[in-house]
Each structure stands twice: as C-alpha cells, then as structure tokens.
Design a protein around this ligand. Structure first.
Ligand SMILES: Cc1cc2nc3c(=O)[nH]c(=O)nc-3n(C[C@H](O)[C@H](O)[C@H](O)COP(=O)(O)OP(=O)(O)OC[C@H]3O[C@@H](n4cnc5c(N)ncnc54)[C@H](O)[C@@H]3O)c2cc1C
Length: 500
C-alpha cells in the first residue's frame, strides 16, 4: 500500500483518487478551494442555481466506452439522465436550425432548409454515422447495421473532415444558416472532426445531462472517493513540490505546512506548476503545444439572469449574434444562451434561470486576467458586458424586455482565480486539423514517482478525457508500485506525514 498525494480535486484528481483508493492505497487530495469539482461546478445566487459546466456528458449511453468510468467513479449514481430534444439552435432571419437528438431529423431539416447543399449534407451525415460506429455508440446492433464493409467504404470520408477546419467545412455549404450552424460550437479553427464527434455523440443519445447538474455530479464523485477511504485537504494550495534526485518527496502549501508522499499526481494546469511550483521543465509534448500557434487556448465570459416567467421563448442552447457595436467589448461575434427548465430546483416555481457563454481566444482571456488586477476597471467591464448581453437578449426576445434580473458575471479572470489555469482556460487546447492527437505521457520525465492527470494531456480536454487521465494515473501507480514498492518501503522516500 502506498501513500498517494494528488494536487487538485477537479475531475482528473477525483478520478485518479477513486481508482487508486479502489486499489487499496492511502490517497489524499489537496485542493486550494473548499469544495471538490474544479471546473465541474455550480453555485447559488439567492434562490437561483448557476450550473456552469455540463452541456453534454459524453458517455451517458450504456453502449459507450466512457459509460463504465462514470459508473465506477459514482458520477452517474442513481440519478436520471435527461436527454434534451436539441443541443443547440441557430437563428437566421426567420429560419432556425437545431442539432436534434437523432441524425435522421438533422438530415431532413438540413435538406429541407437548403436543397442545393444536399450532396454536402448527405456526405456529412454519412460521416457522422461512421463516427458513431468508431465510437461504438448504439451498441452491437448498431455496429452490425453499419457493417465492416461500410466502415471500409466510409472511413476515408471521415478522415477527410480531419483535414479541414470547421471554418473550411462551413464554406462548403451555401446556406448562411448552415454555415453558422457549423461554426457555432467550436468557432472556425478546430478540426471539423471534432464537430463530427459532438454530432455523433449527441445524436447517438450519448451526451445526456445527469440530474442535479454539474455540482451534484462533482459531489457524487467526491463521496465515492471518501467512501473508499480517501481524504481531502481543502484550502490547501500547493506552492512547491520538493524533490530529491528523481523523486518528488513532499509538497509545501501556501500556509507553509508540508506533506510527504510516495507518489504525487499533478491534477492541475501544468502551465501553473512546471517552472513555478516545481523546479523542472514542462514535459516536451506539452511545451510544444503551449508554444505552437496551432494549439490555441480559449476561455469565455458569461452573464447569468433570472426571469419571473413560467415559460421562456427559447429552449436548450440558442446561438445569438453579437451586433457590430458590441463586438469590441465582448471580443466575439456570437454567444450561447443556455436555459435550465429541465431542472426545477434551479429556480423558484414559475421562474427561470439562464446564462450566456461567450467564447473568446487566448489574447482576450489574458486581457481579462490583467484587467482584473485593477478592481474598479474590472467591475466596470463586467457591468458593461452584462448590459450589452441583456440588450442583445431583449432585442432578440422582446417579450423578456424589462423582466431580466442580473445574477452574476464571470470571466477568464474568474477561472484563473478559481482553478489556477494559466490563461483562464476551462478546456484544453483546440484540436487543430491535420494533426494526430498528441497524448502527454503520465509519468513526468526525469522522475520516478511524479505523474500527471489532467485534461491538458489530450486536446481538447473535456470531462471524459479528463476522467480517463485520472484512471490512467492510478493504473500507472499500480504498475510502478510493483517495481518501486521495495525502494519506497526501504524509506528512500518518506511516507505521508500529518500536516505540520
Ligand atoms: C463553462 C464550461 C462548460 C463546459 N462544458 C463541458 C461539457 O459540456 N462537456 C465536457 O465534457 N466538458 C465540459 N467542460 C470542461 C470540463 O469541465 C473540464 O475539461 C474538466 O472539468 C477539467 O478537469 P481537470 O480536473 O483537468 O481540471 P480542473 O477542473 O481545472 O481542476 C483542477 C483543480 O486543481 C485545483 N488546483 C489548481 N492548482 C492547485 C494547487 N496549486 N494546489 C491545490 N489545488 C490546485 C483547482 O482549484 C481545481 O479544483 C466545461 C467547462 C466549463 C467551465
């Protein structure tokens, strides 16, 4: 049995902790905040709950490869999984186009909207179906229906989408609404394959919403961890990882106390750890991505509103255009509006809560972080963002005019403060076209007992990849334990000691 210390109680840290504790190790997760979850979170503003993470949870379909990880980590518990009718809707003049929960409806709607795009639409739908086969969504019957012959025939059709960006895919369509629809989720710089993955997931009923939302899911995972004997140390920010030769020996917290362990897992943004909390260089593959113009980091700013209306004039996520006059302020051309009417406990009866997500690039994110050092200027900027957002919502849905109550505004500076992510990113890098996905090794080069578990190991991050990185770290520790166990037992590395 080894003593394992995990830095960060996000999904990566929780998953690593759960799988290591299941294997019988003594596991402690230290977290700078007072609760677990990291980005998988939500918070209360008066009578309203703001749910700030899950738009779709890949792996809610029992046939999916990720389903087991959610069951084993307690993420799904016994709660219902809500399957929204649509993931998002785009508007153009008097027309709208949604991503529905089945591909036949999507094909029918796209063909009806734009018959002149029929060839491109059919190729796209075919590729998404093949993607579902690759992702094993739909189970055995579904795979048999697609068949090996179809796979060989359609495989290159799928790869074709990896060679182009979402922006280039949008350009292949003639209808302005379809163009908009294609770039609405990820913008125009991602590989189009990422979009295929999202469509395959959601239309394969594999991207549901666990009841209670993001914070409730984080709490279930935290409970699974403590039920297995794991321990949390909250309000403990690691400021130094102390090393001796090729061993990580102990960590020092911001309050000056230290704790030693046999193995350490970095489950926080590596950019905020390497060269800062540890005198060691960033793993090469990661460093290359951080320095490459292809692997862009992004974040978002948001505004949340309450409204005393039983029924909203939109459902699920709707993409709204940002008019020219607000584009410099908001640093974007569109934003997503998201409602939670499927969660009655998020707002008092007869009322609704909704919020916006405006994706912005790395430069704009860093500008927010820098601005936040001047509190007055930052608060003023947040006020302006909320006013602009409210104006756009009220002009698109005049029936809401004068009825919105602002609940909160949060930005990349909030993410930076909350999770330590260097540029306020809450996902990993965008996945560029033409590049094979790079997977960052779990063991940190130069060390025998220091590991990584984080969304940054595999772009573009997201909850399933993150949970898988945690499970991998626990598996690697199990293997190392066989090799290193004796060395550790001989006292070359100190056992976990109580906080001093
Ligand atoms: C608005 C939003 C929408 C999203 N939508 C989706 C979605 O629909 N589907 C999906 O799959 N994913 C989604 N994601 C992404 C998903 O939340 C992340 O990919 C995932 O939560 C990252 O987990 P992580 O453990 O790698 O990192 P984090 O969540 O950043 O966790 C790191 C933890 O480490 C702690 N920490 C950092 N530094 C230290 C330190 N020095 N000492 C101690 N503790 C430290 C932090 O406080 C944090 O708790 C969304 C995220 C956001 C914010």
């Amino acid at each position: 049995m080894a003593d394992i210390l995990i830095i960060g109680a996000g999904v990566a840290g929780l998953s690593a902790g759960i799988f290591a504790a299941k294997d019988g190790h003594r596991v402690t997760i230290c977290e700078k905040h007072s609760i677990a979850g990291g980005n998988l979170t939500g918070w209360q503003r008066g009578d309203y709950h703001i749910d700030n993470c899950i738009h779709w949870l890949t792996g809610t379909n029992p046939s999916s490869e990720f389903y087991d990880i959610w069951v084993e980590t307690g993420a799904l518990g016994n709660v219902n999984v809500y399957q929204p009718e649509t993931l998002y809707t785009c508007l153009y003049e008097d027309k709208e186009l949604s991503l529905p929960k089945d591909l036949d409806t999507l094909e029918r709607d796209m063909l009806a909207l734009s018959p002149e795009d029929a060839a491109e639409t059919k190729a796209l739908i075919k590729a998404i179906k093949t993607m579902q086969y690759f992702m094993r969504i739909g189970g055995k019957d579904f795979s048999e229906k697609i068949g090996v012959f179809n796979l060989i025939k359609n495989g290159p059709q799928v790869l074709k989408y990896h060679m182009m960006t979402t922006g280039q895919l949008a350009e292949r369509f003639r209808h302005p609404l379809i163009k908009k629809f294609i770039v609405a989720v990820f913008g125009d710089k991602f590989t189009a394959m990422a979009l295929l993955t999202v469509f395959a997931t959601f239309c394969g009923k594999n991207g549901g919403l666990p009841e209670g939302g993001s914070l409730a899911m984080a709490k279930r995972m935290a409970k699974r961890f403590t039920d297995l004997g794991g321990e949390f140390m909250f309000k403990k920010e690691v400021v130094k990882i102390n090393t001796e030769g090729n061993y990580a020996k102990s960590v020092t917290f911001a309050d000056g106390t230290t704790v030693a362990a046999d193995y350490m897992v970095i489950a926080a943004d590596p950019a905020a750890i390497f060269g800062k909390a540890i005198d060691a260089p960033m793993p090469k593959i990661l460093e290359k991505q951080y320095n490459s113009p292809d692997y862009i980091r992004f974040s978002a700013h948001h505004s949340a509103f309450a409204v005393k209306e039983e029924k909203l004039p939109f459902s699920a996520d709707v993409v709204l255009d940002i008019p020219e006059k607000y584009r410099d302020l908001m640093r974007a051309r569109s934003f997503m509006l998201r409602e939670f009417s499927h969660e009655p406990s998020f707002a008092p009866a007869g009322e609704n809560v909704f919020h916006t997500m405006t994706f912005i690039g790395e430069k704009a994110s860093v500008d927010f972080i820098n601005l936040s050092k001047d509190r007055t200027a930052y608060l003023e900027k947040k006020k302006q963002l909320a006013a602009a957002t409210q104006d756009i919502i009220e002009s698109d849905f005049p029936q809401l005019k004068g009825k919105l109550k602002l609940l909160d505004v949060w930005t990349p500076a909030t993410y930076r403060r909350y999770t330590n992510a260097e540029t306020g990113s809450f996902m990993s890098f965008i996945l560029p076209p033409k590049k094979l996905p790079k997977i960052v090794p779990t063991i940190v080069k130069g060390f025998k007992n220091l590991l990584l578990a984080t969304q940054w190991q595999q772009a573009p991050g997201g909850l399933p990849t993150t949970a898988a990185s945690g499970r991998k770290a626990a598996e690697v520790i199990m293997k190392l334990e066989k090799k290193l166990g004796n060395v550790l037992a001989a006292g070359k590395v100190k056992k976990l000691s109580p906080v001093k």
